[in-house]
Design a protein around this ligand. Sequence first.
Ligand SMILES: [Zn+2]
Length: 325
Amino acid sequence: MLTKVAERIYQKVVPLPNNPLREINSYILLGEGSEKSLVIDTGFNRPECEEALQDAFDTLGIVDVDLFITHLHSDHCGLVPQFSTKESKIYASEVDGELINFEVGNLYWRILDDLFIKFGFPKARFGRNTDIHPGRKYCHEKRVDFTYVDEGTILSYGGYAWEVILTPGHTPGHACLYNRKHKILICGDHILGTITPNICIELGVENPLADYLQSLDKIAKLEVDLLLTAHGTPISNMYARIEELQQHHKERLEEVIYILKNEWKTSYMVARDMTWEIDCKSWEDFPEPQKWFATGEAISHLQYLYFTGKIIREERNGIYYYKNN
Ligand SMILES: [Zn+2]
């Protein structure tokens, strides 16, 4: 589905087959005359996504594009090599751009696996080069020559001036595009309407939930009438949604403290005991990628509580355990 959401701004719904997210929204800022168009996020590196995006290009009569990648996840950057040419500018923040290039090959995934093992994910579940991480299978295969953007960088596309707003949390270098005049925010996965953005540990990050909550506060200060998210339909009241997300994390933090009681537990054990909106009878029935995401959520909440001094952490045999203080 290709929808015009504002003057020269199109939303293309790109399918994500067999993925709980079901689809991703790519946004196309259509250039006028000889101006280049900008594509924001691409879908996974798989033919279904490539065909869908190509279809949108054909309908709009686009040949060459520049690309803006909101963050490092494969459903956002998987097709960058396919849709960029030598003349294309490919924008991302430096932090996520470096990680996107590090994702090519095995080392990044091995370090990420090791990080999860440190937080209690059972080592036995990992075979090297397995597909346990859902983003790994459909990752881009080539390094990308990025043009890095920073807080306040202005990009002009589709007749709008877009200001880069960095919103670390969902990923360490997550970036949004904001048009102040028309109060439009293209926010990637920073704010989503129907699901809660996953806040997970990432290489080089200790306390992602603190970063995320700070980035929510930052966005709440902007005037936004149209919020364009990477998954789901546009949100009309961003401020109400931000409050819901803040409340969600507050409740999650309370739940984690309750689950810990006075026992030493790993993030994996806490994830097992948390409540999840998933159609599975028990934790054992969770598909492995869902266990991964759940553990990531538990990690981010436990780390937040640890850094605020509400709980304590101890390392035993290379694995972190937490307990109420
Ligand atoms: Zn994401």
